[in-house]
Design a protein around this ligand. Structure first.
Ligand SMILES: Nc1nc2c(ncn2[C@@H]2O[C@H](COP(=O)(O)OP(=O)(O)O)[C@@H](O)[C@H]2O)c(=O)[nH]1
Ligand SMILES: [Mg+2]
Length: 430
């Protein structure tokens, strides 16, 4: 009896310590995310993206689907079911934890997403529907005949690419469904589409009747008028707050190694619905952060990738300009390459990169987010040409209120002019 009491007591203390191990309060509280119309009328929108797409383009596709769900909710109650993360092309590290069926809460703050639109994890959807079934699946595809002039259209068509779905002996449709083998669909169609996200609203409301509808290859759907220059895009973007446990780990690293914290750096996070910063309000920690994209990117953009020597030179220019001695390196290069790169800076500067503190804790997705968060808080950031990984960092800095001069910078390739074209300055819109 005494032992049981003691262990309960120890457990309570452990929970208490863990909850309060980081000083800043939890910004987002759980609430019932379902719309008020009553659970029976609610419809579910599910989606997936081309398997070859990386993490940060997927984040952009989320914004498209989230805004579609927002527009749907103006007329009907729909819930966005978050597609579990499966092992992506870049996610190759073999940690002890498998990189599939990862729920969104591991990466993002679900309660923050829910302040924009009603969302639900796929696991919760499966619990809700009892049978692991999705009523209708639409596989978005191009028009087989191509197009001569761009116009908006969508039509149910024969599948252009080899079918990724097949019918089983019971007439049910089987597909990948995030590696959940038990899941199947009742109806499946290929749909050729050239359309803005808003155009999917009438389609879903009038041409589908199932309680759950799944749009595969959702990257086909384009932002249209709700792209980067619209407040709608930025609202969806601002709701994509990283999960607290990852922000905490990155903040701990900033404080421990980079003399950086939100108080000194003027980067304190508020609930996004209440946060509105002017450019230049954020100061950032005393380090230059660089995103140095390697691997597949070397082949995709050979002209715009700097050699390591050149990247060092370019970084030092910024270090001198801003009178800074520390560099934070975010990269997908190997550790071997990183150590060589680090050496090239000589002894005048200190170079840092987040290290896994415990092999079993972080997956590649976690590490990307930690890197992005640390880069987002630097005094100055230098990104890689057209990398969506860099773009998401730049947006984070817009949200935090940095001077745009410190954000929209990129490395120039060795054969590009020294003043090569810099990234577009996307103004945050409220
Ligand atoms: N941790 C970490 N991972 C990176 C970095 N750069 C690229 N990656 C990995 O490579 C992927 C890059 O793919 P993506 O997100 O599509 O960005 P993009 O290809 O640069 O536009 C990321 O999702 C990461 O898994 C980096 O600086 N740090
Ligand atoms: Mg990519």
């Amino acid at each position: 009896m005494y032992n049981t009491l003691l262990s309960v007591y120890v457990l309570l203390i452990a929970i208490f310590v863990c909850v309060y191990c980081h000083s800043d309060e939890n910004l987002y509280q759980a609430k019932d995310n379902l719309p008020v119309h009553g659970p029976n009328q609610v419809r579910y929108l599910l989606y997936d993206v081309n398997p070859g797409e990386g993490f940060n383009l997927r984040r952009d596709v989320y914004m498209r689907v989230a805004n579609l769900v927002k527009f749907l909710n103006e007329d009907e109650p729909w819930v966005l079911v978050l597609p579990p993360w499966v092992r992506l092309y870049h996610w190759r590290s073999t940690s002890l934890r498998p990189q599939n069926k990862i729920p969104w809460r591991e990466f993002f703050d679900i309660n923050s997403l829910a302040l924009h639109v009603p969302v639900m994890e796929f696991e919760d959807y499966l619990k809700k529907v009892d049978t692991p079934v999705i009523d209708e699946v639409y596989y978005l595809q191009r028009y087989k005949e191509g197009w001569s002039k761009w116009e908006e259209k969508m039509d149910i068509r024969e599948c252009v690419d080899p079918a990724r779905y097949h019918q089983d002996e019971n007439g049910n449709w089987r597909g990948r469904f995030f590696d959940y083998e038990e899941v199947y669909a009742k109806k499946f169609e290929c749909m050729s589409a050239q359309a803005y996200l808003l155009t999917f609203k009438p389609f879903l409301m009038k041409n589908t009747t199932g309680q759950s509808v799944f749009l595969d290859r959702a990257e086909t759907m384009i932002h249209g008028q709700y792209s980067e220059w619209s407040p709608e895009w930025w609202t969806a973007r601002r709701s994509m707050v990283f999960a607290k446990h990852l922000r905490d780990d990155a903040d701990w690293y900033r404080e421990t190694y980079l003399d950086s914290n939100d108080k000194k750096d003027k980067t304190k996070l508020e609930v996004w619905t209440k946060m509105k910063r002017a450019h230049g309000e954020a100061k950032g920690g005393p380090y230059v952060a660089i995103h140095l994209r390697r691997n597949d990117y070397l082949h995709a953009h050979p002209k715009e990738v700097p050699s390591y020597e050149n990247a060092v030179k370019q970084t030092i220019k910024y270090l001198k300009k801003y009178k800074i001695k520390k560099v934070y390196v975010s990269t997908d290069a190997s550790w071997d390459d990183y150590f060589k790169f680090k050496k090239m800076f000589g002894s005048d500067y200190e170079i840092f990169k987040f290290e896994k503190q415990n092999l079993t804790v972080y997956k590649d997705g976690h590490l990307s987010i930690i890197d992005q968060w640390i880069c987002a808080h630097a005094r100055v950031f230098i990104g890689s040409y057209v990398s969506t990984f860099s773009f998401r960092i730049q947006e984070e800095r817009e949200i935090l209120g940095f001077d745009q001069e410190t954000t929209f910078n990129r490395f120039c390739g060795d054969d590009e002019p020294k003043d090569c074209e810099q990234p577009t300055k996307w103004d945050i819109k409220y």
